[in-house]
Ligand binder design. Sequence first.
Ligand SMILES: Cc1ncc(COP(=O)(O)O)c(C=O)c1O
Length: 413
Amino acid sequence: MAKLALNGGRPVREKPFPRWPIYDDRELKALTNVLESGLWGIGGRFKKEFEEKFAAYQHAKYGVAVTSGTAALEISLRALGVGCGDEVVVTPYTFMATVMAILHVNAIPVFADIDPETYTIDPRSIESVISERTKAIIPVHIGGRPADMDSITSIAKRYDLYIVEDACQAWGSEWRGRRVGAIGDMGAFSFQSSKNITSGEGGMIVTNDEDLYIKAWSLHNCGRLPYGEHYEHYMPGWNYRMTEFQAAILLIQLERLDEHTRRRMDNAYYLDSKLSKIDGLKPLKKDDRITRNAYHLYIFRYDPEAFDGVSKNVFAKALQAEGIPLSIGYSKPLYREEYLRYFDRCPLSCPYYGKPVDYSNLNLPAVERACYLEGLWLPQYVLLGSREDMDDIIAAIEKVRENIDELASVKVS
Ligand SMILES: Cc1ncc(COP(=O)(O)O)c(C=O)c1O
């Protein structure tokens, strides 16, 4: 009789992991406060308060609260003057919004490979793709894990490049004790519904540079100036303003973040210690320069050879059937995704750039392995569970490993 739940056996786990998002009476009260204030958008106090508190939380001087992480990235690039004909170096192991932000400002994404042991952008690969057109680097702190900011900062200095940190998954993460976001010139955060603090949608730009702050503020608010008149528009601008409802909820969500981060880190270290004892599985490499990790994702590496050639997709399906929400994560490097076909004019064949851009022959080995063979994720809410919940994850993995012969013939699309 089959043992694995995928084949009709009894699952290791039937109870759910902690629910996400989390809220209580404080969020309800915050929403009522906004409703009763009569100021639901411009002119309210919550957006400003959240900008100040969140920027300080990230060790930054300034914050601009916007509609999404995508908007935060786009405005950061615009504020830095990145545009037509410029190249921006980016990792292909990220959410598509990172690359879309570059395309939104009509610049050219240039992909650098990831480090095979950390899944963050590989500084050696960044250097190998820099050209006289390169204007900026976007390191992504994937899953909350800071990219190697020492090397990236020194490359940016050497080649005179801007750094826009994609910290959309990295609230409170630290590199050598410094919170991410404003280690580079500008940083972007997301508060979309899966994120560790959320208002359904929302984003934040942080920076330490007053000029960049004013530009970003103006760009997100119809070209106005922070102390200017309502109908004076100093530069082209968008309406990318966060609402008071979002800001009020996020102020409360922020109060839980430290305790949640501690819990996620404890559980992640526990999983690291257990997984590293299982043949064929590897946690991402430890790095003492990372002093805090938001663990939006718990990412680990799977070696199909050690599991009788069973693919990571089938392995993940088997774990899901056992009651563990294991994800295959990004299933293709971003330079292989269909969305790029839609840019048949600018910016990918833009006269300002002078040559067509073609990603069809790009093959970066570490990201290919991560997407097609190795990378597996557990979502952040799982890490809010108890030690027993973590033990269930390990028990389910061990069960699937012991019964791997049952999977040899399973086909999963
Ligand atoms: C790494 C990364 N960059 C950018 C974004 C875009 O954020 P948003 O969905 O808020 O636009 C996300 C989130 O979805 C993300 O995970």
